[in-house]
Design a protein around this ligand. Structure first.
Ligand code: C2E
Ligand code: CA
Ligand code: CA
Length: 554
């Protein structure tokens, strides 16, 4: 039992004993008086005067005792009330000490009580510290930044995301990663003068005063640039790059109430646009609540015929012909109209619906290819296959079953990250597909993590350079250099190379000059339904070579 409770019990016992004694004395006195009253009066009559004096004396003594008791009781009541009030304030989280007063039972109870309050206060301080700090680095955590950002108007939250976090952590280990984060936080804190919190595994955050979003973005960019100088972890230099997201501290009515969540989404938006820093864009964030209902509608939409395929042509430089098409899924929602493919593909991947969607695409693409072949157009149909399906043998079984005994000539576009996720299983599935005659294309090359060791192991036929490199080809010398070296690398590995996102004649001419094999993009043709693709191919099928000029004019 805690000492303070023990003392309290002892005080209670003693008070109970005192009350008991007083009660017994009063009962005994009244009994004595009842039996002895008459004989006593008779016997004392001769001493009436002395008795009156005695009684007066007794009355005065009684009065003094009564007043003394009253004062004592008031003093006791005051101290007990103070103790009671202290208990009530503790209930509200206010750790006040009780007044000690005299060195008596109650005083000692108060001393024990105050000692307990001190212990409680220490324990609460420790709990608060744990709740507001990251255990790995000791830095303030997300909750701490959330509180700080709401504490004052005009604050902006800047989130700094470590690019390729998992790769860096995989390379240097968890302990060194914690030290790296601490080193980054120290540098950022020195530069900004703000306290740096760790808000997620790969994210550090701070709150700054800034006049507007542009001013906050300037600070964010400067902080990211400060990371260009390597950090030292256990004596070794470690290179990292940062991407920043910026959001207003308090934004009533915003799509997401937490500025940290908004800044985290801004990081993703910045990465998509290949920028160092970006502010939160509610339009780009979209309508997640509405998206939630879309997920439940997806399966029915496949059965209801709301899905269709659009085909985008792939132009072969050497053959001067359209030799392939990429099948792109389209969802025309009865109320919302066209749903963006990036949105429903992403949702289908997250919710386990990607297999039925892809199986529908495979079935439809094979049917459409038969129509094309019947019309005399031999084109390879490319289909996008999400990473998740590459470790799914059931999907491979389905695809092989579908192509068996048909004239289907398919190419599966996969991304390299998908293979890196679970290399052994993915390589086994890819091996089965490839052995059955399905071509393999590495999509979006250069946009994510590119690892030469995997590139060598995947039995791919084609490499597609990501459109982000091609879109800026006329303007950026750096992009041109990267594209040229990627083409040479692919050829070195025996792969054909397709450039996607070809929008301008300049880009097309440059790619031809660099020895690129195939081009795909709005300049060659936008994705179109099968009927329109057929019309286009008919127009070109006159035995003449499909020169670039003809393709563009068609
Ligand atoms: P992706 O595989 O990189 O497909 C190419 C995307 O780039 C298509 O967008 C296409 O319309 C667009 N594009 C083509 N040429 C140009 C150009 O010259 N300039 C620009 N700016 N864009 C161009 P779309 O159709 O919106 O598809 C977006 C993504 O959705 C695709 O990217 C693909 O990853 C995914 N996707 C589409 N259909 C399917 C599918 O059936 N299955 C899976 N798993 N993913 C699909
Ligand atoms: Ca693709
Ligand atoms: Ca692509």
């Amino acid at each position: 039992m805690p000492p303070v409770l023990f003392r309290f019990r002892r005080l209670q016992t003693r008070l109970a004993a005192l009350y008991g004694t007083l009660l017994l004395s009063a009962v005994a006195l009244s009994m004595v008086l009842t039996f002895l009253w008459r004989p006593l009066l008779h016997a004392l009559r001769p001493h009436e005067a002395a008795l009156a004096g005695g009684l007066a004396f007794a009355a005065v003594a009684l009065l003094i005792v009564a007043i003394g008791t009253l004062l004592l009781a008031r003093n006791l009541t005051r101290r007990v009330t103070a103790l009671h009030e202290a208990v009530q304030r503790i209930k509200q989280g206010d750790f006040v000490e009780a007044p000690v007063g005299a060195d008596d039972e109650l005083g000692r109870l108060s001393v024990s009580f105050n000692r307990m309050i001190g212990d409680l206060r220490d324990r609460e301080d420790r709990l608060t510290h744990v709740a507001l700090h990251d255990p790995e680095t000791g830095l303030p955590n997300r909750l701490a930044l959330e509180r700080l950002s709401a504490s004052q108007d005009g604050l902006w939250v800047i989130l700094l995301g470590i690019d390729r976090f998992e790769v860096v952590r995989g390379a240097i280990g968890y302990d060194a990663m914690a030290r790296l984060l601490t080193a980054i936080a120290r540098r950022m804190s020195q530069l900004s003068g703000a306290s740096i919190s760790r808000v997620s595994a790969a994210g550090l955050g701070l709150a700054v005063v800034a006049a507007d979003e542009d001013a906050a973005l300037r600070i964010a960019t400067a902080l990211c640039e400060a990371a260009h100088e390597p950090f030292t972890v256990s004596g070794a230099p470690v290179d990292v790059t940062l991407t920043a997201g910026v959001a207003r501290g308090s934004a009533p009515g915003a799509a997401l109430s937490s500025p940290i969540d908004r800044a985290a989404i801004a990081i993703a938006q910045a990465r998509n646009q290949r920028r160092t820093a970006a502010g939160f864009d509610p339009a780009a964030y979209g309508d997640p609540q509405g998206n939630l209902s879309l997920i439940s509608e997806l399966m029915a939409a496949l059965d209801n015929g709301e899905f269709s395929l659009a085909y985008q042509p792939k132009y072969d430089f050497r053959a001067e012909r359209i030799t392939g098409v990429e099948a792109l899924a389209r969802w025309t929602h009865p109320r919302r109209g066209e749903v963006a493919p990036d949105l429903f593909v992403g949702m289908a991947e997250e919710t386990g619906h990607i297999r039925p969607l892809t199986e529908w695409v495979v079935r439809q693409a094979i049917l459409d290819q038969q129509t094309l072949i019947a019309a005399g157009h031999e084109v390879i149909v490319s289909i996008n296959v999400s990473g998740r399906l590459l470790s799914d043998d059931a999907f491979a079984d389905f695809a092989l079953e579908q192509i068996a005994g048909t004239e289907a000539r398919l190419c599966f576009e996969i991304t390299e990250t998908a293979v890196m996720h679970d290399p052994e299983r993915a390589l086994a599935v890819i091996g089965r597909l490839s052995a059955a005659g399905i071509r393999i294309s590495l999509d979006d090359y250069g946009s994510g993590l590119s690892s030469l060791s995997y590139l060598k192991r995947i039995p791919a036929d084609e490499l597609k350079i990501d459109k982000s490199f091609i879109l800026g080809l006329g303007q950026s010398g750096r992009d041109a250099l990267l594209v040229k070296s990627t083409i040479d690398l692919a050829h070195g590995l025996g792969l054909r190379i397709t450039a996607e996102g070809v929008e301008s004649p300049t880009a097309l001419a440059l790619l031809r000059g660099m020895g690129c094999d195939m081009a795909q993009g709005f300049l060659i043709g936008r994705p179109k339904p099968l009927a329109k693709l057929l019309v286009r191919l008919e127009g070109l099928a006159d035995g003449q070579p499909d020169t670039v000029a003809r393709i563009i004019a068609a």
